[in-house]
Design a protein around this ligand. Structure first.
Ligand SMILES: Nc1ncnc2c1ncn2[C@@H]1O[C@H](COP(=O)(O)OP(=O)(O)OP(=O)(O)O)[C@@H](O)[C@H]1O
Ligand SMILES: [Mg+2]
Length: 309
């Protein structure tokens, strides 16, 4: 659905985006993560044909952004990080206007407007003025606008910013629903943990370079230097700690309380199983033995150096 090939952008002396290469399949929800100034907006704008690349190109649903920008535009829905809405018109007029721009035939437009209003949960605001909507509702209206021409690829630049927790969670389910409808979605954010549970893959960009990319689980695993295993015990944790410290695959052990231990672990799942067996063989009463996934936040801090341009 999307093929990004050596895509980059310079602003004068500054290289905002170096040279990006990645591909997304249909139905993928790609979390595009990076701190302020990392190059997310620049990348999204280039793929959306709003900004000319300095080098490289991208192919969207078979159309090249350089050779056929209009063809690309018919296939994408772009939601900018800052959007201006036309305020002196009603919600349905706003959507009707964009549906007309995208050449949705007149007799289909009412049906399309109802569908996108339903998807974005704005049906009751159909006859309200755009200016009377709350920020979160305006954001949803902007998303509704991106959907009127039934695009294959959605590019959403920080759609969750400024939303309250409930609106964020509603946005998440909406994106998941759009994903299940087969749309490919790029969603940018600095709030990593928000993307983790519904993105199929994530890419971490820093200083215009992709530092890590892949399925959420895979990159979490491959980037973690070591695993953390947490154990709850019935017997004294300091005895268990002594046993663990002697093992080659255990780097460090922290006693967390009267019954819990945390071990920094290097090794395979076989090593984990052997460690558990060893503890039990030594008479340690283990209640739980669990690998803790590193959070996306940890991962992000590990991958990026916190450097901004
Ligand atoms: N029009 C411009 N002229 C000059 N430099 C720019 C321009 N737009 C962006 N930049 C620079 O390019 C770099 C990348 O900016 P970009 O907006 O793509 O980052 P971002 O990842 O979207 O950040 P944020 O999270 O703050 O939105 C920054 O260093 C920024 O200052
Ligand atoms: Mg941005």
């Amino acid at each position: 659905m999307l093929e990004v090939k050596g895509l980059g952008k310079d602003y004068g002396e500054l290289t905002a985006v170096g040279s990006l290469d990645f591909e997304l399949d249909a139905g993928e929800i790609f979390g595009f993560i990076g701190s302020n100034g990392a190059g997310k907006t620049t990348t999204i704008k280039m793929v959306s044909t709003l900004l000319e690349p300095t080098r490289g190109t991208a192919i969207v649903a078979g159309e090249d952004i350089l050779n056929n920008p209009l063809g690309v535009r018919m296939n994408i829905g772009y939601m900018p990080d800052f959007f201006g809405l036309y305020e002196d018109i009603k919600v349905w007029e706003y959507l009707d206007f964009f549906a007309a721009l995208y050449q949705v035939p007149g007799k289909e437009r009412n049906g399309v407007i109802d569908t996108v209003l339903e998807l974005t949960d704005l049906v009751i605001k159909k006859d309200s003025f755009v200016s009377s909507l709350s920020r979160g509702m305006q954001q949803r209206l902007c998303l509704a606008k991106c959907l009127v021409h039934d695009p294959k690829l959605l590019l959403l630049d920080e759609p969750a910013s400024g939303l309250d927790p409930r609106a964020r969670s509603e946005l998440k389910s909406l994106l998941a629903e759009l994903g299940s409808m087969g749309k490919t979605i790029i969603v940018s954010s600095h709030i990593l943990s928000e993307l983790a549970d519904f993105c199929t893959s994530v890419g971490i960009i820093e200083k215009g370079e992709m530092r890590a990319i892949g399925p959420v689980k895979e990159i979490t695993r491959s980037l973690r230097e070591h695993h953390i295993i947490e154990m709850k015990l019935l017997s004294a944790p300091d005895e268990a700690a002594e046993i663990l410290k002697k093992l080659e695959c255990v780097r460090q052990v922290h006693i967390l309380g009267s019954s819990t231990l945390k071990a920094e672990f290097e090794g395979s799942e076989e090593d984990q199983a052997a460690t558990l067996k060893h503890l039990i063989d030594q008479g340690v009463q283990v209640v739980t033995f669990e690998e803790k996934a590193a959070s996306l936040e940890d991962l992000f801090l590990q991958v990026t150096e916190g450097a901004v341009q």
